[in-house]
Design a binder for this molecule. Structure first.
Ligand code: HEM
Length: 141
């Protein structure tokens, strides 16, 4: 699978993690002893930030899966493909950084680094794909 494999693997594992986190959000909303307080704080503080982490974690994980598949399909120079691949993995720092902020008050530096890395991976993959003439691969036997 070449350079895209790490993105597919990281994407699927992180997607599962943020899906599981969705069940914690269900518990907090529907079952926790202080659920009324949690529901009332929908748009602010920990409730808002947890949802932000959940939404971006799932999205960035899916992006890694898509970029991983693209990296296996597009015939890019190896070093460029590796750099784009690692930038997309580093992008996962963004939602993980939001969770770290909510849970242990970590500084927002990981959120910013991850966001910039994912933006760079996206733009670079787009520009790199411009110069590629894809040849359809023969189906595997
Ligand atoms: C088993 C998987 C999942 C579970 C159990 C789950 C659960 C939840 C829950 C309980 C909320 C509401 C959080 C709140 O109280 O504020 C929520 C919000 C959200 N989820 Fe998920 N989720 C899952 C998967 C996903 C996936 C795969 C995506 C995206 C690809 C996603 C995107 C979102 C978004 C964007 C919101 C915010 C919606 C809004 O604020 O209007 N979720 N999810």
């Amino acid at each position: 699978m070449g350079e895209g494999k790490r993105n597919v693997v990281a994407g699927l594992i992180v997607l599962a993690g943020f899906m599981a986190f969705g069940f914690l959000l269900i518990y907090l909303r529907d079952f926790a002893p202080d659920k009324a307080e949690w529901v009332a704080s929908y748009g602010v503080g920990k409730h808002f930030e947890s949802r932000l982490a959940h939404a971006h974690g799932n999205l960035f994980a899916l992006l890694n899966i898509v970029y991983g598949v693209l990296l296996t399909r597009l015939e890019l120079p190896e070093r460029r493909a590796r750099a784009i691949s690692w930038l997309a993995v580093a992008g996962l720092l963004m939602p993980i950084g939001i969770l770290a902020e909510v849970t242990f008050g970590a500084p927002p530096v990981f959120v910013l680094l991850g966001g910039v890395a994912m933006l760079a991976a996206t733009l670079w993959l787009g520009v790199a794909a411009l110069g590629v003439t894809t040849t359809p691969r023969a189906p595997r036997a």
